[in-house]
Design a protein around this ligand. Structure first.
Ligand code: C2O
Length: 545
């Protein structure tokens, strides 16, 4: 194992897409940002230097951060922002994870332009539990706004309404030929015939789950969120913001002068506007230049409002590999059980404002009716110093305060409460969480992301969770292990994790707009008794608020 050193200079950088030039916040002037490459077991040190006017933090999405919570990155949860002119060095070790993850800014909506792949290779002299690919290619999906995404979110929060939607989706920063003024900005993957390519797919879009397909090519899914899974084949893949997955693509034996589109577009069941456009890239076969005839193949993608059951059938295909070498350590018993509702709602309109949210209110979103307010100081520091007073409370409700029929007629009262409440867990508790979509203001899925852990998705279903019947069919053998999973629109999901990582851990919807509206919360995992079960003190350069 070695140490990998990186320097991330946060700088402004001019980028032109769709014939609009704007200045974006970038890492080292790259969009998407640079790749971070390491092997399992390596230590990673990233020095982040902030040269822009915005406050910045960087999150290493999906990295477990075992006893290194100070390096996790969510603003006001594990650290105060890195201010203009300041430097903070993130230091962590990759433990027991192999595959693809990604890094992104974790403050406001800066991750729109501040994101890049994390590529974790097996240890030297270890190999993949599948055919070694000829080439590995990161494919990052993103969203492009002609406007400044920071202005988009601040306008939404100031008016209480929905945000302006993006102008394009992107593959590796490129919108592709289906948009105006964009065909030169197309991602092209040149392939040789008869080879296996590993695509490292990352959904870094802010607010959209995406379907992805490559014309006439079957994809074999082999890994999800840096954990191996039982391989399965699919023509179309659904990937939520915050999810990463590796797929194998076998190129055809011989396909002279053909081009195949790869394309992605949203899955969306909610109400209101969204970016309903399609990003395309091109898979191009190497061919003898003597052949002139061009053939173009386009993939078929499911309808934007595909049924929840079609989507559930796809997500149920994911199973842990669950072998001796790569076991699925699913907690078989439960110490702490939680039932959380997740969904949209609203807040009363302040007197001096005319609000553009539902019925003249402000849009909000909540877990168990609590819309989580970011504190003015970082939770982890406050917790570590024993200074919770005025920062957070530990009375997060274990059950929804107002029980109702989650999938029937929603209640008239859609108001949320605003607070900074956390749940405290003893060290190493085994935890089960059932997340139920409320369908208030529309049945939408919510890609829930947990920091500091992977969880096992032991069950999912449509309609109301039945606490007597549904647990009987939980999969405790080979459920998929992930850090992000969509709570189905109009349904529920159950997951388990072992709270073996002391610190303060954020959990939130990875739709940035839902996160901004408050669909987020914090877990506090206490230290264990042994020295190697305690969170070490903060690094000396930890930013202060
Ligand atoms: Cu990918 Cu809390 O984030």
């Amino acid at each position: 194992c070695i140490t990998r050193n990186y320097t991330f200079n946060i700088v402004s950088h001019n980028v032109t897409r769709l014939c609009h030039t704007k200045s974006i916040v970038s890492v080292n002037g790259q969009y998407p940002g640079p790749r971070l490459v390491a092997r399992e077991g390596d230590q990673v040190i990233v020095k982040v230097v902030n040269h822009v006017a915005n406050n910045v933090t960087i999150h290493w999405h999906g990295i477990r951060q075992l006893r290194s919570g100070w390096a996790d990155g969510p603003a006001y949860i594990t650290q105060c922002p890195i201010q203009t002119g300041q430097t903070y060095t993130y230091n962590f070790t990759i433990t027991g994870q192999i595959g693809t993850l990604f890094w992104h800014a974790h403050i406001s909506w800066l991750r729109a332009t501040l994101h890049g792949p994390i590529i974790i290779l097996p240890r030297r002299n270890e190999s993949y539990p599948f055919e070694k690919p000829y080439k590995e290619v990161p494919i990052i999906f993103g969203e492009w706004w002609n406007a400044d995404p920071e202005a988009v979110i601040s306008q939404a929060l100031q008016t209480g309404g929905g945000p302006n939607v993006s102008d394009a989706y992107t593959i590796n920063g490129l919108p592709g030929p289906l948009y105006n003024c964009s065909s030169k900005d197309t991602f092209r993957l040149k392939v040789k015939p008869g080879k296996t390519y590993m695509l490292r797919l990352i959904n870094a879009a802010l607010n959209d789950e995406l379907f992805f397909s490559v014309a006439n090519h079957t994809l074999t899914v082999v890994e999800a969120d840096a954990v191996y899974i039982k391989p399965f084949n699919t023509d179309v893949l659904l990937i939520t913001p915050g999810q990463t997955t590796n797929v194998l693509l076998k190129s055809k034996p011989y396909f002279p002068n053909a081009t195949f589109f790869m394309a992605a577009r949203p899955y969306f069941t909610g109400l209101g506007t969204f970016d309903n456009s399609t990003v395309a890239g091109i898979l191009e076969y190497d061919h003898p230049s003597s052949i002139k005839k061009k053939m173009l193949f386009k993939p078929t993608l499911p309808p934007v409002n595909a049924t929840a059951s079609a989507v559930a059938n796809f997500t149920k295909m994911f199973r842990s590999l669950a072998t001796t070498k790569f076991p699925a350590n699913v907690p078989q018993t439960v110490d702490k059980r939680f039932f959380f509702t997740v969904g949209l709602g609203s807040s009363p309109c302040p007197k001096n404002m005319s609000c553009q949210g539902p019925n003249g209110t402000k849009f909000a979103a909540s877990i168990n009716n609590v819309s989580f307010a970011l504190p003015a100081k970082a939770l982890l520091q406050s917790y570590f110093n024993g200074q919770s007073y005025g920062v957070y409370t530990t009375d997060f409700p274990a059950n929804p305060p107002n029980p109702f029929n989650y999938t029937g007629t929603p209640p008239n009262n859609t108001f949320v409460s605003n607070a900074t409440r956390a749940v405290v867990l003893p060290f190493n508790a085994s935890v089960e969480v059932v997340l139920q979509d409320t369908s208030i203001l529309g049945a939408e899925s919510h890609p829930l992301h947990l920091h500091g852990f992977n969880f096992f998705v032991v069950g999912q279903g449509s309609g109301n969770f039945d606490s007597n019947k549904d647990p009987l069919s939980f999969n405790l053998v080979d459920p998929v292990e992930r850090n992000t999973f969509g709570v189905p629109a109009g349904g529920w999901v159950a997951f388990r994790f072992q709270a073996d990582n002391p610190g303060v851990w954020f959990m939130h919807c990875h739709f940035d707009i839902h996160n901004s509206w408050g669909l987020r919360m914090a877990w506090i995992v206490l230290d264990g008794l042994l020295p190697n079960q305690k969170l070490p003190p903060p690094p000396s350069d930890l930013p202060q608020c």
